[in-house]
Write a protein that binds this ligand. Sequence first.
Ligand code: AMP
Ligand code: GLY
Length: 419
Amino acid sequence: MKVAVIGSGGREHTLAWSLVRSPEVNHCYCLPGNGGTAGLPKTENVAIAVDQLAKICEFCQTENIDLVVVGPELPLTLGLVDQLQALGIKVFGPTKAGAELEASKSWTKQLLIEAGVPTAFGETFTEPAPAQAYATKMGAPIVVKADGLAAGKGVIVAQTLAEATTAIAELFDQGFAKIVVEEFLPGEEVSVLALCDGKTVIPLLPAQDHKRIGEGDQGLNTGGMGAYCPAPIAPPGVINQVQKQILQPTANALAKRGIDYRGVLYAGLMVSPTGEIKVLEYNCRFGDPETQAVLPLLATPLEKVLMACVDQTLYQLTPLQWHSGSAVCVVVAAGGYPGSYRKGDEINGLAEAEAQDVTVFHAGTELKEGKVLTDGGRVLGVTALGQDLSTAIATAYRGIEQINFDDMYYRRDIGHKAL
Ligand code: AMP
Ligand code: GLY
């Protein structure tokens, strides 16, 4: 079987790494891939960017790809899946209509309300004045969200009304036509990534991301600085509840709108101090870095699972098989991230790290003349498994100690919240 993975981040390295472990997968193309996928067995990088839809389609057709796996949201929202399907190519990921789940917060809010799925109450606005009036009526803290892809920068948790006013003005100034203003939900977050074949939904093990740049969850929001799995905040009983009250009703509501959703339903959930669970957001793809902590624990071969989603035979794979124990992924970033940072620094110690029993997933790296160079803000994700979380954490940090590049930065408290 020949597969193609679309994307170039840590998530895509993990997807390719998982796929090529199966003897069923003979070859994996990464479009465009990174310095890590360049070194995987049976794998080849192809220099086609994720938004070059016509080139991706032409490549997959020419190469007779059996399964295309789309990593990031951008090509999904641009309609890559629709175009590949029109050519008769099997592809894992939702269509453009399904990707609205991530692309439009107001669309999703409406869908959740209609489906009776618990979420923060809020309203959509197309003008600043009524949005401000609503925020004033609700009071701070309050959350202001852009209605569109914003690379993690579209949500402002305003602690004061003055902050809310600034956020509302700024989002409209940035050109967003709509914003959502919603209730602030206190609690602890958990990511439940579920597989959906249009009918059946199977949640994967829950993970927790660490979104802020600084230790103790301080500082700016990032794409994610580390993750661990399974997250004890969502034990199996809670996941059953999430499945019944959130995931399945969402899948049903999508189907009711005529959307045949075959991909990941990624629910970003808030668990309140009293155990109430509400949806903060949906993403239409695997999470990054959650994937780097979730997939290494999955024992059922990934290509089987993804193909079952595409073929609508997911029910045959329940329950999925998992390795015991825990996984943690610590992200290593370039100094300055999520602000400006340098690229092109040589990374040393990768082999020495892997000798410590970790898997180093590359994110922003490039392989050039035999050297691995930094090529992005989040550079690496170092994943370790362990019989329990504390063992996994200790192993991951032992691996990281072997790695060095100029100005490297990582949080030293990934997973500590769960201990
Ligand atoms: P989102 O992209 O909607 O997940 O928002 C990004 C981050 O903002 C989330 O991971 C939360 O930390 C925070 N957030 C979003 N919505 C809310 C809310 N209603 N209450 C509290 N925090 C929120
Ligand atoms: N880890 C957050 C995301 O993938 O959106």
